[in-house]
Design a protein around this ligand. Structure first.
Ligand code: C5P
Length: 396
C-alpha cells in the first residue's frame, strides 16, 4: 500500500529520534516518498544530514532558510502529504498540537495538513501516564489523529514502563493498514475523461481550448488512491499519468467518444471532466491550406455529446458531469443534469479569481437533482477529494 505514497515524517526532540532514521529507510524501501520536517530540538538528537540523505529530500526545520530567505511552506508540505507521521512525538509537541500552538514548522504543518495525522508518542513513563498527556492524547484522538500504541519496556531513563516509541517496523505496518482502510472505492471501476480535444483543420492547424486536464487528473489520482480501478481517457495535456491509473490517449472528440463508449462498458461510474469540442471541421484538408483571401471560412459540424450518449445507456451506473457556464449558471446546469441523465454536475465558476483553466485552485458547486452545494476556493487536489466523497455517496 505504501508504493508511491507521500509520507511527511515529523521528528521532535526525543531520544527515540535516532529510530526515525530506520523508520525513514523502511518507508522508502516500502516504496513511499518521504519528506522530513524537524523541530529545532530534534536536530540535537539526529542530524538533518542523516535524514536528508535517507529521505533523499532536503529537511525543513525553520520557517525559512536563513541563508537565502527561501520560504518553507507548511501549506504545500501539508498538501503534498498523504499521511503526516510524527514519530517520535514528545509530550511537549503532543500538548501543543492539542492546543493549536504553532511555534515551529512541524506544528504549523499539523494545523494546515488535511491528510491523516499519525502520532507515535515517545517519552518517559511518568510523563506518558500523566493526566495532562493522556488528556491531550484523548483530545487528538477525538479529532481523528491516529495515536500509535506506546509499548511497555525499558526507557532511555533506565526506568521500565509505558512510553517507548513503537518500533519502526510496526509503525510502517500501522501506516500500511491505515492506507488499506482508506480503500473506500476498492472493487469499483471508474472512467475519467480529461483534457482538451483537438479537431484538425489541416495537417498543421487545429481547433482546441484552454483545458489543461489538471482537474480530471487530480480526480483520477484521488479515485485510484481510494482503491478504484481508474481508466483515464485523456485529450491533450502536459500532465503525467497519476500513479496506478491506466491512461488511454485520444485526440479528437470522435476519438474520445469511441474510447469512452468502449471503456464505459466495464465501468461502474464515469466522471466526464474533459473539455470536448462541440464542433469539428466538416472536412480536414490533407495538405496545408494556403493563405489567399482576406477572410476564410471553415464549416463546422456538431460533435457527439459523449456524456449525453453514455447517459442514455448508463442503467444503474453513475455519471458525474462538469459544466462551465458564464451566465444563468444554476438553471443551465440543472437543465444539463436532466438532459444528459447525470447523477451530479460539478459547476465550475469562471467568475472567481483562481478558478478555472490552468489554475491549481478551483471553485465549484455540486448540483444534484434536489440540492446544490457551494464549495469555497480550494486546491484542485482538495476539490478532487470532495468529488470522490460525493462519488462514494452515489454508490453507497
Ligand atoms: O454541454 P456542455 O459541453 O456544457 O456539457 C459539459 C459536460 O458534458 C462535461 O461533463 C463534458 O465533459 C461533457 N461533454 C461530453 N461530450 C461533448 C461535450 C461535453 O462528454 N461533446
Amino acid at each position: 500500500m505504501l508504493q508511491g505514497k507521500h509520507i511527511l515524517l515529523g521528528i521532535t526532540g526525543s531520544i527515540a529520534a535516532y529510530k526515525a532514521a530506520m523508520l525513514c529507510r523502511l518507508l522508502r524501501v516500502a516504496g513511499a516518498e518521504v519528506k522530513v520536517v524537524m523541530t529545532p530540538t530534534a536536530k540535537e538528537f539526529i542530524t538533518p544530514v542523516t535524514m536528508a540523505t535517507l529521505s533523499k529530500n532536503p529537511i525543513a526545520v525553520e520557517f525559512y532558510n536563513p541563508e537565502n530567505g527561501d520560504w518553507h511552506s507548511h501549506i504545500s508540505m501539508g498538501e503534498w502529504a498523504d499521511c503526516y507521521l510524527i514519530a517520535p512525538a514528545t509530550a511537549n509537541t503532543i500538548a501543543k498540537m492539542a492546543y493549536g500552538i504553532a511555534d515551529n514548522l512541524l506544528l504549523t504543518t499539523y494545523l494546515s495538513a488535511r491528510c491523516q495525522t499519525v502520532v507515535a508518542p515517545a517519552m518517559d513513563c511518568d510523563m506518558f501516564c500523566h493526566e495532562a498527556t493522556q488528556e491531550n492524547l484523548a483530545k487528538l484522538r477525538e479529532r481523528g489523529v491516529v495515536i500509535l500504541e506506546s509499548p511497555e519496556g525499558e526507557l532511555a531513563s533506565g526506568l521500565m514502563g509505558k512510553g517507548r516509541m513503537m518500533e519502526p517496523e510496526q509503525i510502517v505496518e500501522a501506516i500500511d493498514n491505515i492506507f488499506k482502510a482508506e480503500q473506500t472505492l476498492a472493487g469499483k471501476r471508474v472512467m475519467v475523461t480529461a483534457g482538451a480535444t483537438i479537431e484538425a483543420i489541416d495537417p498543421v492547424r487545429y481547433i482546441s481550448n484552454h483545458s489543461t486536464g489538471k482537474m480530471g487528473y487530480a480526480i483520477a489520482e484521488e479515485l485510484a488512491k481510494r482503491g478504484a480501478e481508474v481508466v483515464l481517457v485523456s485529450g491533450k495535456t502536459a500532465l503525467q499519468t497519476p500513479q496506478g491509473v491506466r491512461r488511454v490517449d485520444v485526440c479528437s472528440a470522435e476519438d474520445m467518444y469511441e474510447a469512452s463508449v468502449e471503456e464505459f462498458e466495464a465501468c461502474d461510474c464515469a466522471v466526464m471532466c474533459a473539455a470536448v469540442a462541440d464542433y469539428t471541421p466538416v472536412e480536414v484538408a490533407t495538405t496545408k491550406i494556403k493563405k489567399s483571401d482576406d477572410s476564410f471560412t471553415i464549416e463546422l459540424r456538431k460533435t457527439k455529446d459523449i456524456a449525453f450518449e453514455l447517459g442514455k445507456v448508463k442503467g444503474s451506473r453513475k455519471i458525474v458531469g462538469f459544466a462551465l457556464e458564464t451566465d444563468n449558471e444554476q438553471v443551465n446546469a440543472e437543465e444539463k443534469l436532466r438532459k444528459k441523465n447525470l447523477d451530479m454536475i460539478v459547476l465550475n465558476s469562471l467568475r472567481d479569481e483562481g478558478a478555472g483553466f490552468g489554475y491549481d485552485t478551483n471553485k465549484v458547486s455540486f448540483i444534484e437533482a434536489s440540492k446544490r452545494e457551494e464549495l469555497p476556493l480550494l486546491p484542485k487536489s482538495e476539490v478532487a477529494k470532495r468529488i470522490a466523497d460525493k462519488i462514494e455517496k452515489l454508490f453507497f
